[in-house]
Ligand binder design. Structure first.
Ligand SMILES: Cc1cc2nc3c(=O)[nH]c(=O)nc-3n(C[C@H](O)[C@H](O)[C@H](O)COP(=O)(O)OP(=O)(O)OC[C@H]3O[C@@H](n4cnc5c(N)ncnc54)[C@H](O)[C@@H]3O)c2cc1C
Ligand code: SF4
Ligand code: SF4
Length: 488
């Protein structure tokens, strides 16, 4: 008898069964939620979170982690939730994600787009499970700094990129000062309506920075209050990270834009969030097709107290860049959508009385692959309205950041360095940002490695990976099975 013949037959391992149906998240009923700014999506109950986590098949190759711009080990926190270990899940979440309280509510969850379960049904609710980890596990942890390195870094701008950079460097032992022109932190997250997240979420995340050597300086616009290069030449910072984002609004550039009743979306959203009185009428038109437009229509609906809100977009629904979840939310709340209409002028005597639009049809695709709108002759019409909210994009304010930096302005407006790790043309000065909260954080993560390498070289050392920010012994590493980043 040969040894082979004696061996027991190998049983084929059945592939794990995919459960395509997601455990639903409870939503506030439309009639109630559109009367105020209460949170629309509720957290999973503990039991539902465990049920949902059990749908994850714990792929050997973690597609979800590869698609997360900050390499959040979501596969691991899901495994811990499935085992009922919420404290462990909270720790894993916070280990790689210093803005987890914000992201568990507003992340566009690129991880879910890559989840294998999506091939058969609805992907694992990775973002909602992050929230469950933080709500039911111990998330009141404090980040722990490494031994001080006696080197100082200035960060300009306290949006997601700036906050990520402050965390990355402070846990490695650098002393960081963050300069912010506003009185509040979080950058554009301050404009996200309270029915999705609030400033308090930013503060919950920032509270975990309490033991780090990070000094926050608010109300200081670098480049206007003092020249930008003073930071290095006089104040002794050895590296600077510019994360100034896109705080200014783009205008429509049509006649009538200065009439009372025309509101830039960023100012409108920020004022509503911070309790500044905003005059919204009963017939509101919002111009735009992105996420800012979606937040504007839904906020205007709540502020109009029973008024009608219409979205005007110059392409068709298929070309709308807004997150489908937000579009669905707006539709559900009764927003009227008018597609293929481009604004020509805003009319009115003392205040807005109407928006004149031109009908459009779709022509060939533009450089970005989206079909371009082409005007239809003699198709003008006037949409009667008393308020127009303009949500057609944001831009950076480059005051004080000169040509010596050779910054690139991205298609969505934020400036970034052209060199490795987002270094600018001036050694030691880096600049980055991002198209979403987690992408901005991902860019800061890359830039932090470059700044650490730059400052370590000054000390004659090589930079090790980021240490465990919660004081453990294991430094940052990609989880088992990780191959390469997937960019969604
Ligand atoms: C209404 C709205 C809703 C959004 N919803 C989502 C969402 O649901 N999910 C998501 O992932 N993303 C969302 N985004 C996008 C997301 O907010 C941005 O991609 C992200 O904030 C970019 O981060 P950042 O750090 O690059 O820049 P920013 O957030 O723009 O932060 C830059 C910071 O720098 C400060 N600053 C600028 N110049 C100076 C200066 N000279 N001196 C000092 N400080 C300065 C600014 O005041 C600001 O605080 C939304 C954006 C908007 C406007
Ligand atoms: S941070 Fe966003 S992309 Fe990353 S795992 Fe969490 S939800 Fe997914
Ligand atoms: S890709 Fe989906 S199923 Fe696979 S580990 Fe990630 S969350 Fe679980």
């Amino acid at each position: 008898m040969t040894p082979d013949a004696a061996a027991p037959p190998v049983k084929p391992v059945a592939p794990p069964k995919l459960n395509p149906v997601r455990v639903p998240i409870v939503e506030e009923p439309v009639a109630a939620r559109t009367t105020d700014f209460r949170e629309v999506l509720h957290a999973y109950s503990k039991e539902d979170a465990v049920l949902e986590a059990k749908r994850c098949i714990q792929c050997r190759r973690p597609w979800c982690v590869e698609a997360c711009p900050i390499t959040q080990d979501c596969r691991e926190y899901i495994r811990l939730i499935a085992d009922g270990d919420f404290d462990g899940a909270a720790r894993v979440t916070l280990r790689e994600n210093p803005l987890a309280t914000c992201l568990c509510k507003v992340c566009y969850h690129y991880c879910e787009d890559s989840c294998v379960v999506k091939k058969k049904g609805v992907p694992i609710a990775i973002r909602h499970l992050k929230r469950a980890a933080l709500e039911y596990g111990n998330s009141d942890l404090a980040y722990v700094p490494s031994k001080p390195k006696q080197q100082r870094v200035a960060v300009v701008g306290a949006g997601p990129a700036g906050l990520m950079m402050a965390w990355e460097l402070a846990v490695r032992g650098y002393s960081v000062t963050v300069f912010e022109q506003e009185k509040r932190y979080g950058g554009l997250m301050q404009t996200i309506p309270a029915y999705r997240m609030t400033d308090a979420d930013v503060e919950t995340d920032r509270k975990r920075f309490r033991e780090l050597d990070v000094t926050f300086v608010d109300g200081t616009k670098v480049g206007r209050e003092f020249p930008f290069d003073k930071l290095v030449k006089e104040d002794g910072y050895q590296a600077v990270f510019i994360s100034i984002g896109t705080p200014s609004h783009r205008s429509l550039s049509v006649p009538g834009e200065n009439l009372p009743g025309v509101l830039p979306a960023l100012d409108f959203l920020k004022d509503v969030n911070h309790g500044v009185p905003v005059k919204v009428g009963k017939e509101v038109v919002v111009i735009g097709g992105g996420d800012v437009a979606m937040d504007s229509v839904r906020t205007a609906l709540r502020e109009s107290h029973g008024g009608r809100v219409t979205l005007v977009y110059r392409r068709s629904r298929a070309e709308m860049p807004a997150d489908p979840e937000e579009v669905h939310g707006a539709e559900h709340e009764g927003i009227r959508f008018l597609f293929l209409k481009a604004p020509l002028r805003i009319v009115g005597t003392h205040r807005v009385e109407g928006l004149v639009v031109q009908g459009m049809e779709l022509g060939p695709p533009d450089a970005g692959g989206r079909r371009s709108p082409v005007p239809i002759p003699n198709s003008e019409e006037t949409i009667p309205c008393d308020t127009v909210i303009v949500a057609v994009g944001q831009k950076a304010d480059m005051t004080g950041f000169g040509p010596e930096l050779d910054l690139k302005l991205t298609s969505q407006g934020w400036p970034e360095g052209k060199g490795k790790g987002f270094e600018t043309a001036v050694p030691g000065i880096f600049a980055a940002g991002g198209r979403s909260v987690v992408y901005a954080m991902g860019s800061a993560m890359d830039a932090a490695d470059a700044i650490d390498a730059y400052l370590s070289a000054k000390r004659g050392e090589t930079a090790p990976p980021r240490p465990d920010p919660l004081g453990g012994t294991e430094a940052f590493h990609r989880p088992a099975g990780y191959t390469a980043p997937i960019r969604v």
